[in-house]
Ligand binder design. Structure first.
Ligand code: GDD
Length: 374
């Protein structure tokens, strides 16, 4: 029997929770599941929040900072989500958030996730991306009254950790599955390995329902402009509109297994509904080089990439992950999960979206979406 958590009574208007205006208000509080998402203002957080709201969840998002500009975008997109302040660097704020929200499920998506930045701010990356996982797990453990001598009961909080294919790094086998050894190549990858093993350890030490999704690269029109897919789709749109002539990129030979972020958040939710907690590789099973990505994106706009793309040593990383490709068969067999959107469709979707975005924003708006990252 798949897991069906029972609902605690809703507790609206508790201190510290900033309730956003609702798109449609449900006055009755049904026996819905309640989810707390860290990193809700990011790409994955926004898709996951939408997915969970559509499934009838009550969704809470942890937001940090005083005037986080991303909150405005989230407000526009998702009125149903309630925001609560907290920070992965602040243990007390996480305990307070879990105590107030009383979630059935916690999704830890918050991280410093841009790989090059992890060399520039390695310590901060370790604090947020690595130790942040410990703090969220501890908040759940403390609020649930779990200890070495006291196991969680049946209504325990379920925890999802956003692990990553960057943990595989320099691979000896391809495709990569749940048993492939890790050899991370960046401070980011190392921090994620810590979070991954810690999640496993809390499962084994305390019997907590704590799982990791080892997600391969997942993209969308909501992707940050610093990541290569969005940098390329924005660059193509800028060139097509005549705002730019060149796009400067780093290593074109690296290969990634790129999927659509909207597909991947479905897997996150499915992972928390299984009888037995387990980790899963999530990817498409198909890999493409950065050069192929570039070629596909430029052709989608009727352009020839050789006329515009310049390779620039400034974008080469101190240590590269050359090639990643997922073996998602466990997720397919046990979760029934499959991606719906393929590579070509994804790239076309992103190019179209950026062309529309920049057409509407005009020349000056294009500056907001700079592709000068790292
Ligand atoms: N960002 C970027 N910018 N990457 C470039 C560029 C460039 O100008 N030129 C070439 N690349 C190459 C990188 O060297 C890398 O091999 C590849 O494009 C993908 O880079 P990113 O899009 O930055 O993603 P990533 O693979 O390093 O990491 C992303 O995916 C991981 C999942 O495997 C991030 O989202 C991570 O947070 C995530 O864990």
């Amino acid at each position: 029997m798949p897991f069906r958590p029972t609902r605690k009574p809703a507790c609206p208007g508790r201190a510290g929770i900033c309730k956003l205006p609702r798109r449609s208000i449900s006055t009755e509080a049904p026996l819905t599941r309640r989810a707390l998402i860290t990193g809700i203002t990011g790409q994955d957080g926004s898709y996951l929040a939408e997915h969970l709201v559509d499934m009838g969840y009550e969704v809470f998002g942890l937001v940090r900072g005083q005037a986080n500009p991303r909150v405005r975008h989230l407000r526009q997109r998702l009125g149903e989500v309630r925001l609560i302040r907290g920070d992965l660097l602040d243990q007390g704020s996480l305990i307070a958030a879990v105590e107030r929200v009383q979630p059935d499920e916690v999704y830890n998506l918050a991280a410093i996730s841009y790989v090059p930045m992890s060399w520039q701010q390695a310590e901060l990356t370790g604090e947020v991306t690595g130790l942040g996982v410990l703090r969220v797990l501890e908040a759940i453990r403390v609020c649930s009254g779990i200890s070495a001598s006291r196991s969680p009961g049946s209504g325990q909080i379920r925890f999802y950790q956003a692990s990553t294919s960057e943990m595989f790094g320099q691979v000896d086998e391809s495709p990569q599955n749940e048993r492939t050894p890790f050899h991370p190549r960046s401070p980011y990858g190392v921090a994620k390995v810590y979070g991954h093993f810690l999640t496993q350890n809390y499962r084994e030490s305390y019997g907590m329902y704590a799982v990791s999704g080892i997600m391969f690269n997942h993209e969308s029109p909501r992707r940050g402009a610093e990541f290569v897919t969005r940098k390329v789709s924005l660059g193509v749109a800028q060139i097509k509109l005549g705002y730019e002539r060149q796009l400067r990129l780093g290593n074109l030979t690296a290969s990634r297994d790129w999927g659509f972020a909207g597909d991947y958040v479905r897997a996150m939710q499915l992972m928390l509904t299984q009888d037995t907690p387990a980790d899963y590789v999530i990817g498409t099973g198909v890999t493409h080089s950065v050069e192929k990505l570039v070629d596909t994106a430029f052709r989608a706009a009727g352009l020839e990439w050789h006329d515009h793309v310049v390779t620039d040593a400034a974008f080469i990383r101190p240590a590269e992950v050359d090639r990643l490709c997922a073996d998602p068969s466990k997720a397919r067999d046990e979760l029934g999960w499959e991606p719906k959107i393929g590579f070509e469709e994804l790239v076309a979707m992103m190019v179209d979206a950026d062309f529309e975005l920049l057409s509407a924003a005009g020349d000056s708006g294009a500056e907001e979406y700079t592709t000068d990252s790292w």
